[in-house]
Design a protein around this ligand. Structure first.
Ligand code: DGL
Length: 267
């Protein structure tokens, strides 16, 4: 049993999809959120830089008393998750592996599309992870460098974002996919628009959902689950807290009443 927070790490507002899921599935758990909004986007950064940034985030979340860390950034998971796991003696769940598992379960035809950042697509991590669960799967990845910055700026429901989405998703529809993975946590916030573009016949996989299911099991196995909610979620960003709040309020809705603190990270 532990009333310490679950640390959630993302480059920006993307990991709020995981917070939303925690609030609905594990309402007794408290979150310490670290959004690296001063350095977002991570999608085009080199692995070494991502590793340095991840180390800072881990040190910060551990200093906040986190009992467990969810890496809600696929870009981090695709390139440096194993390194940070080894370096820090804290249980860690990355969002990519559960997302890959969910995709392998969701598909009927084995034809799976993945929308993700340039770094994640270039790493081939989704293809590798999905084919571990379903060896005959055919995985088609599309890098979407414009999307995370658009979401970060709060451009959720704009013509620019919808046009960008159509451009990225079009080639996947031509591949006759039956499952589409939102392989960057920022894209979960575009779910509605994505659904409109792909229509009702394609399964959309949001890795945040499976990640929180797997976290619930892991916390139980480790004896780290909380019995009752102690305190509020805390959101810590490296950039401007007011910008984060403005976007987070749109994305998180009622959950924002649970924001205890938003301030610039002391890193
Ligand atoms: N949200 C992150 C991911 O899941 C990365 C977005 C970015 O910083 O480029 O990949």
């Amino acid at each position: 049993m532990s009333s310490q927070p679950i640390g959630v790490y993302d480059s920006g507002v993307g990991g709020l999809s995981v917070v939303k899921e925690i609030s609905s599935k594990l309402p007794w758990e408290r979150v310490a959120y670290f959004g690296d909004t001063a350095r977002v986007p991570y999608g085009e950064k080199r692995a070494q830089e991502i590793l340095e940034l991840s180390r800072e985030a881990f040190r910060f979340l551990i200093a906040q008393g986190s009992k467990y860390i969810i890496v809600a950034c696929n870009t981090v998971c695709s390139q440096v998750l194993e390194d940070v796991k080894k370096e820090f003696g804290i249980p860690v769940m990355g969002i990519l592996q559960p997302g890959a598992y969910a995709a392998s379960r969701a598909t009927a035809t084995g034809r799976i599309g993945v929308l993700a950042t340039t770094g994640t697509i270039r790493s081939g991590a989704y293809e590798k992870a999905i084919t571990q669960y379903l060896s005959e799967a055919q995985v088609f990845g599309v890098a979407c460098p414009r999307l995370a910055p658009l979401v970060e700026e709060g451009n959720i429901d704009t013509a620019e974002t919808r046009n960008a989405l159509r451009g990225y998703i079009g080639p996947l529809l031509e591949k006759d996919i039956d499952t589409l993975v939102l392989g960057c946590s920022h894209y979960a916030h575009l779910n509605e628009h994505i659904r409109r573009i792909v229509g009702p016949g394609i399964e959309i996989v949001d890795p945040a959902v499976e990640t929180v299911t797997a976290t619930a099991i892991a916390l139980q196995e480790l004896g780290l689950q909380s019995q009752e909610r102690v305190g509020e979620h805390e959101f810590i960003v490296t950039g401007d807290p007011a910008c984060f709040l403005a976007v987070a309020r749109r994305l998180l809705g009622d959950d924002l009443t649970k924001v205890g603190r938003v301030e610039v990270s002391p890193i």
